[in-house]
Design a protein around this ligand. Structure first.
Ligand code: G1P
Length: 300
């Protein structure tokens, strides 16, 4: 791939069990939990499509059929709605199947994020690709993928998305040691640690769930030993790429994200995503805002 060729392919790992959200996720894929009136995963897919990603590979597992159905045609439902004259809704449902080319591969034995990404090897081939984590919802008003693609086309290698977090939170994320570059908001990554023990993080910069990755990562993942939690960690493979020469897919940069991001796998952050996105909606925002003010006042 030449440096200016667009990144078109993405891997979206969605095999996780959603245990943080039981019992809601006992019989439903966690990615299908609604944020206002769309399942969480739809925001991720719309973000990908808006950024020009046209080929999405979902790494799924058991009980993810509802997710596959969501992005497929639903002839019986479409007919019923058409008979009722609900043409706009039908259009909206059909549009879901045109957002991108969707492909699915199953991760029979979930063995970590690195293992999930490596399931995409045959599909991705030898081009840089994006990875979008299904739990990370990035507000459409503050997109980050376009900036990451620009950084990749300038420096090659891989590009992460970093967000400054409170030091008490670093143990929940991959954390990066960084150096400034000549570009504002873009850093060179000099070290990466997956979920460092409290007090040992190299910085307060946490890796969030958007990546652009050089295809050389697959060879690394193939032979990589298990890391944190006994799993094959994507962070460890990216750490290996830091010191590789550029011609071997090496070099890792990052965009510092300052926009709005929610972890829809975490109960509090999930609630914040619902409230925040609803407040921004013309049809719901004004009434919800008025109700919230009243509700909060009655607590005092
Ligand atoms: C994964 C990655 C971690 C990253 C996080 C972002 O962890 O392993 O490096 O910081 O996603 O959401 P998980 O949240 O799947 O445990």
């Amino acid at each position: 791939m030449t440096k200016n060729e667009q990144i078109r392919k993405a891997v979206i790992p969605v095999a996780g069990l959603g245990t943080r959200f039981l019992p809601a996720t006992k019989a439903t894929a966690k990615e299908m939990l609604p944020v206002v009136d769309k399942p969480a995963i739809q925001y991720v897919v719309e973000e990908a499509a808006t950024a020009g990603l046209t080929d999405l590979l979902f790494v799924t597992g058991r009980d993810k059929t509802s997710l596959e159905n969501h992005f497929d045609r639903a002839p019986a439902l479409e007919r019923t709605l058409t008979d009722k004259g609900s043409h706009e809704v039908v259009e909206e449902l059909i549009a879901l199947s045109h957002l991108a080319d969707m492909h699915y591969v199953r991760q029979g034995n979930p063995n970590g994020l690195g293992h999930a990404v490596n399931m995409g090897r045959a599909h991705i081939g030898n081009v840089p690709f994006a990875v979008l984590l299904g739990d990370d919802l990035i507000d459409a008003n503050t997109p980050v993928l376009p900036a990451m693609f620009d950084v990749q086309s300038r420096f090659g290698g891989s590009v992460l998305c970093l967000m400054e977090v409170d030091p008490s939170q670093t143990h929940m994320y991959g954390c990066a040691a960084v150096e400034e570059t000549e570009l504002p908001g873009v850093v060179r990554v000099t070290g990466l640690v997956e979920k460092p023990a409290p007090g040992t993080a190299p910085s307060n910069y946490a890796v969030i769930g958007r990546y652009v990755i050089a295809p050389e990562v697959f060879d690394i993942l193939d032979t990589q030993a298990p890391g944190r939690g006994g799993e094959i960690q994507l962070t460890d493979a990216l750490a290996t790429l830091i010191d590789r020469p550029t011609e071997q897919g090496g070099g890792v940069h990052a965009v510092i994200f300052t926009g709005k991001r929610y972890d829809t796998g975490d109960k509090l952050s999930y609630l914040q995503s619902v409230v925040s996105l609803a407040l921004d909606r013309a049809d719901l925002g004004p009434d919800l805002r008025a109700w919230l003010i009243e509700r909060l006042a009655s607590d005092q």
